[in-house]
Design a binder for this molecule. Structure first.
Ligand code: ADP
Ligand code: MG
Length: 523
């Protein structure tokens, strides 16, 4: 415990911190926080862009994740340092808000910190840096607004957006264009922007080229009996929340049988009750029943005799999905079921994949939901495919609502230029921070150049001079190298919302970390 942690009251030292507390203050705290933030951002830097590399992450218990996705990498890494943790939060927020741009946001945050560090070394006060960064981020937002290419996007542009978000991700054997088509079809199918109506369902066992759009939902349930039909067209569907078993009486009843006839009568009565369930269901005219409870084996046989398709022990998520897709209303017993409660689908089919059975419910009455059925040879491939598809769905939705800007580093260069040009209007030393912000933005095109195998300095010089001439230019990745050209012409477009959020969340994290001059940690 240092002298400064003691406050003297009436000559008695008073300890305000527990003896086990770890405390780092002033420059030490700042240096260590900034170093941690920079380290995190450095760890994802090489994955940026279409030619970024993947990371293999191995957990304590040996699980392996191979990914190119910034948010996933930072989530899987076991990060303990509190400041580093704030950078993982940046990636997480970015992922939640817009679904893409996680690497961009964390790399930017790391470089905002690095620039802040040199300003601190030059004795610029943290508060000045924070104010300058906030001013600069406003300039950056204005510049992004100016760069929006189009808000009314046609299918070709949406395809390009989906494709640029997926290039570099391991999409297996399938060209990104085909996946992009599936993503755009899914978004267009829902009639526009309801992202919640689109799910991705993964299934190992086929090549990723078998990935397809299902106009409905897929649920993971097995038939109550293998003798039941696998496929029903024009299906009436019921959702019943009950068991189809012998009713257990509340009292611990015992059969008082004194002869064989009485025993048979009791068994007959039981069998009648069980047959009654199946007969009642069949009489309603229903074709398919999703039951949340259990079915007695004997009822199963009667149901098979009636040609019904029944799923038992269905979980509540499936019940929700079935109701939402088909318009079925749940009932509490087979006795109260009638045609009014039925849902309806054009086609319901049960397909077998290895050991799993999946139920495809297509053309449901109430359905706005669609599902991308993603296939891949191994668990790793489908997992990365799922992340790529989910990101692409998010960006296409974001592009439809907020427009697109040129990708491939063009937006970042133009924004950095605008921020630099705006410096003059800022008073005092804050100017330094605004300039530093612009320098930090440069890291994004520089990293794209490095990852593409271009010389980063030449690339940046070429980019800047193109922008000074008033042309929009980015570093388009082509084959083994890259060229400086107009991203819009090459169809490299990013949603404006992704850039806005990256600037917002990176600024927030960097300024928060720069402002800390004291780390007090309970052990
Ligand atoms: P993030 O997690 O930030 O989305 P990515 O690895 O997905 O990181 O890389 C995104 C960057 O790659 C964006 O700046 C985007 O414009 C750029 N990009 C996408 N496709 C191309 C391409 N064909 N050529 C150059 N840059 C591209
Ligand atoms: Mg991306």
């Amino acid at each position: 415990m240092s002298q400064s942690d003691q406050r003297r009251m009436g000559g008695q030292p008073m300890f305000i911190l527990n003896e086990d507390t770890d405390r780092t203050s002033g420059d030490d705290a700042q240096t260590s926080n900034i170093a941690a933030g920079k380290a995190v951002s450095e760890s994802v830097r090489t994955t940026l862009g279409p030619r970024g590399m993947d990371k293999m992450l191995v957990s304590d218990d040996g699980d392996v994740v191979i990914t190119n996705d910034g948010a996933t990498i930072l989530d899987e890494m076991d990060i303990e340092h509190p400041a580093a943790q704030m950078l993982t939060d940046v990636a997480e927020t970015q992922e939640e808000e817009v679904g893409d741009g996680t690497t961009t946001a964390s790399v930017l945050a790391g470089h905002l910190l690095a620039e802040a560090e040199s300003l601190l070394d030059d004795d610029v006060h943290p508060t000045t840096i924070v104010e300058g960064y906030h001013r600069a981020s406003e300039f950056a937002q204005d510049a992004i607004e100016e760069l929006v290419v189009s808000t009314d996007l046609d299918d070709e542009q949406l395809l390009q957006v989906a494709e640029s978000s997926m290039t570099g991700k391991g999409t297996g054997s399938l060209p990104a264009r085909d996946l992009a088509r599936t993503v755009v079809d899914a978004v267009r199918h829902g009639g526009g922007i309801d992202r919640d109506g689109i799910t991705v369902h993964t299934q190992v066992g086929a090549s990723s080229s078998a990935t397809e759009l299902v106009e409905g939902v897929i649920v993971d349930e097995d038939r109550a009996s293998e003798e039941m039909p696998r496929s029903v067209s024009d299906a009436s569907i019921a959702v019943v929340e009950a068991d189809l078993e012998v009713a257990e009486s509340n009292v611990d009843a015992e059969y008082q049988v004194s002869n064989v006839d009485q025993l048979n009568a009791a068994l007959d009565a039981e069998l009648d009750q069980l047959r009654g369930y199946a007969d009642t269901l069949a009489a309603t005219g229903v074709d398919v029943v999703f039951l949340d409870g259990d079915i007695d084996d004997r009822v199963g046989e009667f149901l098979v005799e009636h040609g019904l398709l029944v799923f038992e022990d269905v979980d509540s998520d499936t019940v929700d999905d079935v109701c939402a897709a088909t318009g079925a209303s749940r009932v509490g017993s087979v006795d109260t079921l009638g045609a009014d409660e039925f849902g309806h689908a054009e086609q319901l089919s049960v397909e077998t994949f290895g050991d799993d059975e999946l139920v495809f419910i297509e053309g449901g009455d109430a359905a706005t939901a669609v599902t991308i059925f993603a296939r891949g040879g191994t668990e790793h491939v489908v997992d990365e495919l799922e992340r790529g598809l989910t990101d692409a769905l998010d960006v296409v939705t974001a592009a439809l609502s907020g427009g697109v800007v040129p990708g491939a580093g063009a937006t970042e260069i133009a924004v950095a230029n605008h921020v630099r040009e705006s410096t003059a209007g800022v008073e005092g030393r804050r100017q330094l921070a605004v300039e530093a912000f612009a320098d930090a933005l440069d890291v994004l095109p520089r990293t794209l150049a490095e990852n593409t195998g271009m010389d980063p300095i030449d690339a940046l010089v070429e980019l800047r001079s193109a922008h000074d001439d008033g042309t929009v230019a980015g570093l388009i990745s082509e084959g083994q190298t890259g060229v400086v050209d107009d991203p819009v012409e090459h169809g490299v477009l990013d949603p404006a919302a992704v850039k806005r959020e990256a600037v917002r969340s990176a600024t927030e994290a960097a300024t928060m970390i720069a402002r800390i001059d004291d780390v007090i940690a309970a052990n």
